[in-house]
Design a protein around this ligand. Structure first.
Ligand code: CP
Ligand code: NVA
Length: 298
């Protein structure tokens, strides 16, 4: 049985297979060639806020022929202390797949093991694999291929999105540079385990020079709100703005997983100048999610 628990757990072949099918789902929208989820009921179980991930999975599951229910984790008995493994053992007898957004990576993995239905990590504190698959699809679509790619991540290099980028670079062999203050770098153990062409630096100007893609994410991820004042102060020199973009390769893509906080991780004018890429990237969540759902049936 297949799950999407992290980019770390995917092989290069699996990532490439998902990316290869995404364009077909985009092209066939509204006139699908098949309904791979026909007769299936899926649950979205979310402990954190979501716009893109929730809507892209709800729409994607329906458009692939399935039924979907959204369960706010605080509304079900999980919120009153029922164990993940018991919740998983009950739902596993009723649903055909689960999409989970929560805090601990171990909770998604435990759910997958106990429910024994295809399970998707829709963001944990550790990774955001669905986001990075959609991002890779977007880069592939706009650039033609991922060959020779150089991606620079500027900002909170220790966050879930950055960690998924580290694993994507390690698996696919492209160059990833992370520009962040020392306290917000990917953990050295992670970099050692991942390997690949991943470098980090405290110098954002050096990191963006010649890059094909400049990428950022919020400075205060969900669950880190208590650290907001310290994060905003320490990350202030890592804002993506025109001065940085001008050092990148001409025509470099500026990407943001959204939601964006203008004036913090990205300057307002830089965001608006690259809005067409950023909202294509957001739309591609839907097509990439369908590619994931189709792959899970394999
Ligand atoms: N990028 C992303 O995952 O957005 P949501 O938090 O709105 O799902
Ligand atoms: N790093 C962010 C991603 C939001 C989509 C967070 O975890 O809040």
């Amino acid at each position: 049985m297949r799950h999407l628990l992290s980019i770390e757990k995917l092989s290069a072949e699996e990532i490439r297979a998902i990316l290869a099918s995404a364009p077909r789902y985009k092209l066939e929208r509204g006139r699908p060639g098949s309904l791979p989820l026909a007769g299936q009921s899926w649950a979205l179980i979310f402990s954190k806020s979501s716009t893109r991930t929730r809507v892209s999975f709800e729409v994607g599951i329906r458009e692939l022929g399935g039924q979907v229910m959204f369960l706010n984790a605080t509304d079900i008995q999980l919120g009153r202390g029922e164990l993940i493994k018991d919740t998983a053992r009950v739902l596993g007898r009723m649903i055909h797949g689960a999409v989970i957004r929560t805090f601990e990576q171990a909770d998604v993995e435990e759910f997958a093991a106990e429910a024994r239905v295809p399970t998707v990590n829709a963001l944990t504190d550790h990774e955001h694999p669905c986001q990075i698959l959609a991002d890779l699809f977007t880069v592939q679509e706009k650039r033609g291929s991922l060959d020779g790619l150089v991606v620079t991540f500027v900002g909170d290099g220790g966050c879930n999105v950055a960690t998924s980028w580290v694993w994507a670079a390690a698996r696919l062999g492209f160059e990833l540079r992370v520009a962040a203050p020392a306290a917000f770098q990917p953990h050295p153990d992670l970099l050692a385990r991942a390997g690949g062409r991943v470098e980090w630096t405290c110098d954002p100007q050096a990191a963006v020079r010649g890059a094909d893609v400049l990428y950022t994410d919020v400075w205060v991820s969900m669950g880190k709100e208590a650290e907001a004042p310290q994060r905003l102060a320490e990350l202030a020199d890592y804002r993506l703005d025109h001065a940085l973009v001008q050092l990148a390769k001409p025509g470099a893509l500026v990407m943001h997983c959204l939601p964006a906080y203008r004036g913090k991780e990205i300057a307002e004018d830089t965001f608006e100048a690259h809005a067409s890429t950023i909202f294509d990237q957001a739309e591609n969540r839907l097509h990439a999610q369908k590619a994931v759902l189709g792959w899970l049936q394999g």
